[in-house]
Ligand binder design. Structure first.
Ligand SMILES: Nc1nc2c(c(=O)[nH]1)N[C@H]1C(S)=C(S)[C@@H](COP(=O)(O)O)O[C@H]1N2
Ligand SMILES: [Mo]
Length: 251
């Protein structure tokens, strides 16, 4: 079956995304190489992506899915081959776009704001799930309120310091109390591999909405589809109610 799976595939649970995703096989292989390589296979990149892809095509790549050490079942995903390490000395989060008060937060600024802790299941659209995972951070709504969102605004766009990943939410979604700019995950600071020092956490949606290595929040008029959404995944990514699924709602 020549199924198109633009999302980093999870071989343990090969449940397909919505049929008809507009992406080709070649792009899938590119995605596999860059997305599913993970921590374990990273050195292979230095030998050249082409050779690597040649060596895995046609084989079961299960062993290449990067299970994070002590990750409690999380898979490592990045659409880029490398991500710069950023820490509290140089982390910046910009808030811009259709707001009265654009600005920049340091990690200390974010820590000084009220923190909210959410315990919720993490669900990747490819099937893997990590139950009851604590996330903690600043409600996105707090940052939006502080920025003063213009009446003309309808959406929020997120950018990442990996230089490639993007995400979007409608303004209504962004203002939900279970959407966090997360500084902690599993009761520890968000690690680099999990998108630290700051990642988005959109609890009621598939985990691709939870942009790692968050560096920009831009208020826009309309939703601009994010990285995976340009590759066929739903913008409104409610767990169990999107991407071809229609289970009992979980949010
Ligand atoms: N910047 C960035 N954020 C991202 C991704 C990515 O590749 N780059 N992958 C998404 C997907 S598909 C998933 S399942 C989760 C994985 O998070 P984890 O690596 O902490 O398990 O991050 C999401 N956020
Ligand atoms: Mo994912």
């Amino acid at each position: 079956m020549d199924r198109d799976t633009p999302h980093p595939p999870d071989q343990e649970t090969p449940e397909p995304p919505a049929a008809g995703s507009p992406i080709g096989r070649r792009v899938l292989l590119g995605t596999l190489g860059l997305g599913a390589l993970g921590v374990v296979a990273a050195p292979t990149l230095q030998r050249g992506l082409e050779g690597f892809l040649g060596s895995v095509s046609g084989e079961d790549p299960t062993g290449l899915t990067g299970l994070l050490p002590n990750g409690g079942g999380f898979r490592y995903y990045s659409v880029t081959a490398g991500v710069p390490h950023v820490d509290q000395s140089n982390y910046r989060l910009s808030v811009s776009g259709l707001v009265d008060h654009p600005g920049t937060y340091t990690l200390a600024d974010l820590r000084a704001l009220p923190q909210t802790r959410i315990v919720h299941d993490v669900q990747c659209v490819t099937g893997w799930r990590v139950p009851k995972t604590p996330f903690e951070g600043v409600r996105l709504s707090t940052l939006l309120d502080a920025a003063g969102v213009h009446p003309s605004a309808g959406a929020v766009r997120f950018t990442c310091f990996d230089g490639a990943y993007t995400e979007s939410l409608t303004l209504d979604q962004a203002r939900r109390s279970d959407v966090l700019v997360a500084l902690r995950m599993q009761d520890k600071p968000v690690s680099h591999d999990h998108g630290g020092p700051v990642r988005l956490y959109v609890a009621p949606m598939y985990f691709y909405k939870s942009a790692k290595w968050l560096s920009g929040i831009s208020v826009t008029r309309d939703v601009r589809p994010g990285y995976w959404e340009e590759r066929g995944y739903d913008v409104d990514a409610w767990v169990g109610r999107s991407n071809g699924r229609d289970d009992a709602p979980t949010s």
